[in-house]
Design a protein around this ligand. Sequence first.
Ligand SMILES: [Zn+2]
Length: 1018
Amino acid sequence: MTRTFACALLSFFLFSLPAIAQSGQCTVANDPEYGKKIKEFTTESFFSTELVDHLAVSSCVPPPDAFLHHIIGAPDVLDYTKDINAYFRLLAGKSSRVKVWSIGTSEEGREMLVVAVSEESNLANLERYKTITAKLADPRGLSEADAQKLIAEGKPMYWADGSIHSPETGAPEMLMELAYRLAVEDTPFIEKIRQDSIVLITPIVETDGHDRVVDIYMQHKKHPDEPPYPLTWWGHYVAHDNNRDNLGITLALSRNMLKTFLDWHPTVMHDLHESVPYLYIMTGTGPYNAWLDPIVISEWQEMAYHEIEEMTKRGVIGVWTHGFYDGWAPNYLLSIANSHNSLGRFYETFGNGGADTLVRILHAEDTRREWYRPNPPLPKVKWSARDNINMQESAILFGMNNVASNHAQFLSNFYLKSKRAVAKARTEGPAAWVFPADDPRPAEQAALLNLLRLQGVEVQRIKRELRVPAAESSRETAGQGEKTQEKAAEKSESTAKDEKKPAETVIPAGSYVVRMDQPYSRLADMALDTQYYSSRDPRSYDDTGWTLGALRNVKTLRVADVGILDAAMQGVEKIDVPGGIDGQGKIFLIRHNTDNTLATLRFRLAGVPMEAAEDSFEADGLRFNAGTFILRNADRAQLEKPSVELGIRVHATNANLSVATHPVSAPRVAILHNWQNTQNDGWYRIAFDELKVPYTYIADTWVRETPNLREKFDVLILAPMSGGGVAGLSSVIRGFPMRGSPWPWKNSDETPNFVSPGLDSTDDIRGGLGYQGLANLERFVREGGLLIAVQNSAGIPVLGGMTEMVNVAEARSMQAPGSVVLSTVDDKKSPITYGYDDKLYVYFRQGPVITVGGNFGGSAPEEGPGARSSGRGSATDPDVIQARPYMLPEKPEKRTPHQQELYVPEDLPDFVRWTIPPADQQPRVVLRFGPEKELLLSGMIAGANEIAEKPAVVDVPHGKGHVVLFADNPMWRSETSGSYFLVFNSILNYDHLNAGAAHQAPASASSPKSAGAGYDAK
Ligand SMILES: [Zn+2]
């Protein structure tokens, strides 16, 4: 019998039941059949509790198996989003204790839900309870007495959400049974939860990926002899990084969840994950996020230990805490709650990636007894989907019961955290963060402010110029000001010593102010502040630094002086940047300020010829920078509309421009993916999609089969590919093994959810890039294309032999787990740097280390101790050899990193000299990491000398085309929009990247020994 037919029959049966309230004629009784199956599918009694070893069934409300035809946790079956959502709707239709509403859709149009379960009277007053949590969330103007009344009247909301990570499939199933149990069962334990709290459930967070996982799982069940499909797309864009989007907030799921949070202010938000055995309850190892109210940290512990104790009391094995993640970065889904004064937490239960029952042999480190795991998992276990359900459901029920039983305490803590967040400006500070009105990047500034507003943060604007004591205003980020903590400390010390009246910082009229006396001050402060992650702390779980002002290249000013709070200012709604055309004339000039909307404009007016100024120039007495967009004889009306919409300022002129220019293209761009993992290219696709920069999404296998790539594209982008570092080239070339029969990735009756618009399909995902693909990429570049390769993907062109005088290598001992670092513009004439200042903060994670140079020897003579032979005098004295006249040693020659890279010794043998490419084929270091002492702005790097002053972005000519390599990642988690234009400049100038190259410019004076980039091989 097909499922559809069965459902139809069942619906007929169920809907013919009277839809009446629970009480009255409905009877509740244990369903012995359901209980028997639970027992059958549970592999060991110590993987269950009395809370979940049975199911009480109401005669009025259909239990999950009546709709799904299997009990929750049954082997070999998973359910699709639409069926799970349909069951919740059925539940809401039949039980007055359940309500369901939509919270939006995914990128591919699948619906996300919230299901509320509580006592009927509570649900009838849902709006009132929503008002209460909203008032407690923003206690400004609320008297203490009124607050206490609201706490006494209110109900805490416990929001459980499942399966943000698509292969973690247990929670959506568990949550159906949980909702049913909560709605129907009449035990005092369950009644307590229903009476004194409101449970909210979002069964599936990543609905797109969930349906692909179900496709893969069910398809493999039907064809067990074939290899199971890889989960190429966990969601529409990114894989498990969908849980790292809560600083950038670009995924639909993040937006839907954030908006729901801000609507309801749930007291607890609980993400359900699956990985380590058997049940890890999050507290974290620390370092904990330093911007949170410490109450949050103690609530993590209090809740975790309550659940561990209750589970352990019942003889359940392997429930533990502490040693899994750290609690530092605020980018996980649960941090929506933590950053907004609620309580965010998560579980990791053991999952089998589907509903198979499997014997699992555990890693030794997962079974060791530790202080935080006194009752560790067993080395070998038979594990079932039902075991997973039992663990999740039992523990979260203890958590929910804890919150309901202590409802006043949890609401009171929530209120206190909110109140202390408002007090922050005057207690721990700072008083405010300022976004100066003279920021040269108004669109990026507006985007960051609008992001804060999306997070619920209020933004104000000052009308008049304001002066604050400079000593109390701390460092600025992005582009100017003191950067390191060290320097800031030095500065304040010297100020104290001087006892001069501190200089003032002038905040121009029209600047934006984010006050720290508002409910979500902590979120704004943690997003904008710099981070210090001690290398003594445990290895970080994720990024250690994220300073958004720096990464987005937006000026921010940390103001400690509380006087700013008294300045006249007004709240602002969505910030739109004024744009449009001033002046008169046939030529239109747009300064390049790296606002990403300039890339949008170029592609929106793809048919309009544009040029780039190769140097700065003047027109009508105004100064225009290198990279300025020049439109000659353009249609004013055609330009006016987009410039207003995008907030771009245009100057019209008839001036005679005396500056060299070249055309700015609107080229055909492709972003390449493989079939193993699309995690990192997803962040590139999001950036391009948001800015409406068109691209084609192509597969490695397609590149392999397409010899003439140049015919189709101008630019190919290789985002970082997961796995293997630079040595991952071999897995990139091999891909999935060419064994068995062709392996199509297409929608079919068995896999209806594989492909959606924007994703890719193929007849065969096997074989990778192959040697032919590598050859095709080389030909593409040689024939004039631009290949952009980021981080470990730099290994493809470099190890593939396309880039003379360039090397990539893994870092030897450096640890850089995701930090904000300084880079400096090394080649101000390169079109890739158009619009940028001398300094730019970039995101850096672990490498690779790119080096440039012929490595011809001839490094500068050694200096310092150890450099001389044993002899007379001290370490720094010259060696005096006896019985001959003393000869002055050669003075060490100082060379910049740039000079050192291209240094060619005079005595280089001719056969080596001959291998040096001509000047116009030599690499150009465009951006360089800062010196070691200034390198780190936020986060942690140990062994930073390995990348200090090394190339960050390198442009390497090859044939008629170019390879541009990135050691940093310019498009990361929607946090790094300040670096986006390094990519866009490369794209827009792909056919004129040689502009401003030293070999094209007049020879500059340099030491005859250091040939520099202008060195011409003889
Ligand atoms: Zn997970």
